[in-house]
Structures are given as C-alpha cells and as structure tokens.
Design a binder for this molecule. Sequence first.
Ligand code: RFL
Ligand code: PHB
Length: 394
Amino acid sequence: MRTQVAIIGAGPSGLLLGQLLHKAGIDNIILERQTGDYVLGRIRAGILEQTTVDLLHEAGVGHRVDAEGIVHHAIELVFEGKRHPIHVHDLTGGKVVTAYGQTELTRDLMEAREAAGLPTVYEAANVTLHDFDSQSPRVRYEKDGQTHEIACDFIAGCDGFHGVSRETVKDKVTEYEKVYPFGWLGVLADVPPVSPHAIVYGNSARGFSLCSMRSLTRSRYYVQVPLDDKVEAWSDERFWDELRRRVDPDLAARIVTGPTIEKSIAPLRSFVAEPLRFGRLFLAGDAGHIVPPTGAKGLNLAASDVKFLSTALIEFYKDKIEAGIDTYSDRVLKRIWKAERFSWWMTSLMHRFPDSGEIGQRLQEAELDYLVNSVAASTTLAENYVGLPFDFGE
Ligand code: RFL
Ligand code: PHB
C-alpha cells in the first residue's frame, strides 16, 4: 500500500488533518488503534475558539457547528460566593467561543471522511514507524492477524499522549512536565445547563467547579477531587450536592439535576515535548503536548498544530516549498508555550492546592479580586481565552 501522508490516530487532530489534506488533493490513510465507536465514546472538550470553528469550515464540516454550537460572549468566575462576568466579546473587540462537544466535532469529521471514501483502518494493532529520517518512510500495523505495510512521504503522529509516535522518538525528545495534585471529576447529564450563556468557573473553599454544556438539553459539570479519589465513591446525589456547595447560592438553587450518563476522573497535567518534527515525522495535538483543561485549550491547540502542518504539507506538494515543514516545530511550539502558560495560570488561579498555605490562599484571593476589577487584567484573560491569533508574535 502507498499513500502520501500516513496519519496515526483518528482523534480530532488526525481526522482534521486528513480532511484538510484531502481538500487539497493529498492522499492520506489514517490508522487508529480503537474502533470508531470507542473514539466517539470519549467525552472530552467542549469549547471551541473561533479559529477552530473556521478550520472546520475550511475542512468542509462547519455546517453543524454553525447550526448547533452555542456561541458565548462571556465567561463567569465564582469566588467567595459571588459570580463575576468577564465579557470576553467586548474585551477582545468582538471575539467569541462556541460550546460544541468534541464528540460532535469528531463525528462530523468521521462522517465527512466516510462520505469521501477516504481510507481509515480502525483496530490497527502494533503500529510501528520506520525510516522517517529518509525520503521514504514506512508504517507497519497488524489487522486481523496480518501484518501490513504502508509506504508514504510523511508520517503525522496524531496519536495522543499515550501514542506510539512520540514513544518512537523518545531518545530525541526533551520533555517538560508538571502533574497537578488533583483531578477533575466530570459528569454528563441530560438536563438543561444552569448557565446556557456563559461557562462558569468556580473557586471555593471546597475546591474548583465548572458548569459547562453540550447543548441546551445536555450539561457537563466538573468538580476538583483528590488524585486518589474513585468514581465509585461518587453517587449522583453526592456529585450534585458537592457542585451546589461550590457555586454561589443563586446558581446553586437553579441547577437542574438528573441521572448522569457519564462520570469519570481525569488527571491534570502540563506537558510539552520538543522538538515536534523528526525528519519526515511530525507530532501534532496531544501527542506533543498536554494542557490542564482549565483554559479549554487542548483541542484548540491540536487544531492549530494541524493548521500549521496542513499548510506546510500543501505548500510542499503544490509549490515545492519546504519552509513550512522546516519551521513547523518552532512555530507551533511558540503558540503551544503561550497556551501552556495560560492553562497553568488559570489552573493555579481557580483550584485549591493542598500545600499552598494561608499566604498562597490570600494571594489567590487578591489575584481574583484584581482580575475582575481591572480592565487590563480581565482583557488579558479574555484575549487568551478566545485564543491568540495564529500569527501572534510573528
Ligand atoms: P486524542 O483525542 O487523544 O486522539 C488520539 C487518537 O490516537 C489513537 N491512538 C493510536 N492509534 C494508532 N496506534 C496507536 N499506537 C495509537 N495510540 C493512540 C487514540 O486511540 C486516539 O483515537 O488526541 P488529539 O487528536 O490530539 O486531540 C486532542 C484532544 O482530544 C484534547 O486536547 C482535548 O480533549 C483536551 N480537552 C479540551 N480541549 C479544549 O480545547 N477545550 C476543552 O474544553 C477541553 N476540555 C479536554 C477537556 C480534555 C479532557 N480530558 C479527559 C483529558 C476536558 C477533559 C476532561
Ligand atoms: C467542557 O465543556 O468539557 C469544558 C469547558 C471548559 C473547560 C474545560 C472543559 O475549560
């Protein structure tokens, strides 16, 4: 088998890259370890920057996010029992974010791929990457007990944090990592969101909370929990009680509860691998970096990596220009580090840390108070939350 670009992973990065390359007439094959249903069953991101929505349009799959995404002009911060709006739209000259689940975005891309008849191998086992230092890389995998080989021009490692691509080059990578001393317990429930017009981020003495949504009838909520906490210890009743205690009384009284349809605990981590290009192998999305979810940046960063990578590959095939390929790693890393900084800062601001002490607590309170009362500070939060422009600082 031969293709131009072999893509490892059918998460948002791999599917979006595949679609953008296809639109430009570049063949690609996606190899995915799991089944399509498994990929769609992972409940993850919910908030898209405008640049991500624009990319979905470029990929030809923007119609559903336009019809069903919920546009937000503001976010709210809750602390000391009070809610404070940050009007991100007004503070950024009109930029907004859109609530649209990663599951839906993935489904849109999978359907477009299938409709175009593009090859995706699900349940591809033992994927291995070869000869990406040469002009003729190869990828091998097993399916139904048989070994297959794909010859290609480039390999895109879009296989997430636990994938094989970064693992393959681990001797050539410098890794920067911070693991936070807590996780997020998240639930999904078919109840109307308590705050349909703004995501609410809460800091309370009992820990962080987040009120988000997937639609006007499906809500997504999170609370900070200790790292060793177990999902089984959280009945639905306990979750709803805890959430109510972490927001202001008005919001607490309005939360509509119901049976949860998903409940899981995610650890929080900041992680960057450098570099992100190794000859003809590129890492994109969670394969190269992880942010804690507090700033809603993970999926958006994956999309911006893919924008840079697809542009570079299209220039290579159409105009024989290699500059985009040569500068891919440096350019995406500049953007990645800024999103890492923002996500770390917002995580530090909104969570209770077990070892920050009384002074850490008072400093956090002062920062929150400053943030909501200073236009300069609110603007800094807003411009990062809606996403820095692709060419920021260039
Ligand atoms: P993914 O989604 O992990 O997909 C990688 C795919 O590669 C496959 N794979 C392999 N395939 C073949 N061979 C192998 N050896 C393979 N190993 C792995 C996997 O099965 C998988 O299908 O990475 P990708 O595409 O880079 O996408 C990244 C995003 O999924 C991630 O950044 C976001 O979900 C992060 N995130 C959020 N991002 C936002 O922008 N906004 C948010 O509001 C937001 N909220 C979140 C989040 C992540 C969360 N969790 C659970 C980590 C909330 C949470 C709770
Ligand atoms: C979500 O809706 O899942 C979500 C929203 C905002 C975040 C993280 C996750 O910062």
